[in-house]
Design a protein around this ligand. Structure first.
Ligand code: B1M
Length: 233
């Protein structure tokens, strides 16, 4: 950390300055500073969701662009991801309401060959906050693991995440296996991740592509409402 950065007192910055500083600190992988700043914004009555989306997801987008352009490399991006996770750990209990009735159960995981989990964790967190029960399978999931968990957990929804163009086709492998086993219609299948789009979601036979965590929550809620309407009384 430079002397100049040493001198910055986060609590003395205005909201806009603090958001900018957080984006810089995320870029530099400064987990402690990110956690301190998240707490400052909470004390200033910021909504947890706004803290997630503006400085944290916003900062990660800048990191992503510079990673793509060869300005940042894997070790730096890992540090940034670690700082992001530090911020998310403070926000998680605030986003996850306690005592809310369960709307449905979702098994979620990142697909085989893919170790990106920040977006998936965010979706899990927001879904839990909205009243869904979440079974998080983590990263690098093969089809067998998804199927076993869906069956064991008696889940309503399968959520799959992929961040690489090379791993996104694996989602189709999972959906095709569900079809082969006659289980496709037992589950609502939602997919997401930066390289996906609606067309891809349709092409692989998912029920919906979710652009972000908020869309995932709304989509899951609307599918669950339809499922309940269909259920025999
Ligand atoms: Co990776 N990486 N990475 N990386 N990485 C990307 C994805 C990349 C686009 C960077 C770039 O070039 N600009 C690029 C992929 C290019 C491509 O496929 N065409 C890339 C690459 C190439 C790689 C490696 C191959 C690099 C290498 O080793 N040479 C390697 C692959 C490792 C592997 O998986 N096998 C790799 C490694 C890594 C790190 C380990 C360093 C780290 C991951 C740390 C971690 O996740 N624990 C990392 C990171 C952090 C990124 C970027 C910079 C950021 C991803 C992120 O966390 N975004 C990323 C660049 C980018 O995406 N702009 C990049 C923030 C997050 C909140 O957004 O994940 O999109 P996102 O999630 C959103 C939505 O997409 C959606 O909701 C979320 C919240 O709003 N969503 C869902 C996501 N999943 C969903 C599931 C749902 C619903 C919605 O289910 C219902």
């Amino acid at each position: 950390m430079s002397d100049e950065e040493d001198d910055i007192i986060l609590s003395e910055l205005s909201d806009d300055e603090l958001v900018d500083q957080m984006m810089d600190d995320l870029y530099d992988g400064l987990k402690d500073e990110i956690m301190e700043a998240v707490n400052i914004l909470l004390e200033r009555s910021w909504e947890p969701y706004d803290i997630l989306t503006r400085p944290l997801v916003g900062g990660m987008t800048i990191v992503g662009n510079d990673f793509r352009d060869g300005i940042l490399f894997v070790p730096e991006v890992l540090l940034a991801a670690n700082a992001m996770k530090g911020g998310m750990s403070i926000l998680k209990p605030l986003l996850v309401e306690t005592g809310a009735p369960t709307i449905g159960k979702m098994v979620i995981g990142t697909v085989k060959g893919d170790i990106h989990d920040i977006g998936k964790n965010l979706v899990a967190m927001m879904m839990e906050g909205a009243g869904f029960e979440i079974v998080d399978l983590g990263i690098n999931n093969a089809v067998e693991g998804y199927l076993e968990a869906l069956d064991k957990e008696k889940a309503d929804i399968l959520g799959m995440s992929a961040l690489l163009t090379t791993t996104m086709p694996y989602m189709k492998v999972v959906i095709d296996t569900l079809k082969e086993q006659g289980k496709r219609d037992d589950y609502i299948v939602l997919v997401g991740g930066a390289p996906l789009n609606e067309e891809f979601g349709r092409a692989i036979g998912a029920d919906a592509y979710c652009r972000d965590a908020a869309v995932a929550v709304e989509t899951a809620k609307s599918f669950m409402a339809r499922k309940h309407n269909r259920a025999p009384s």
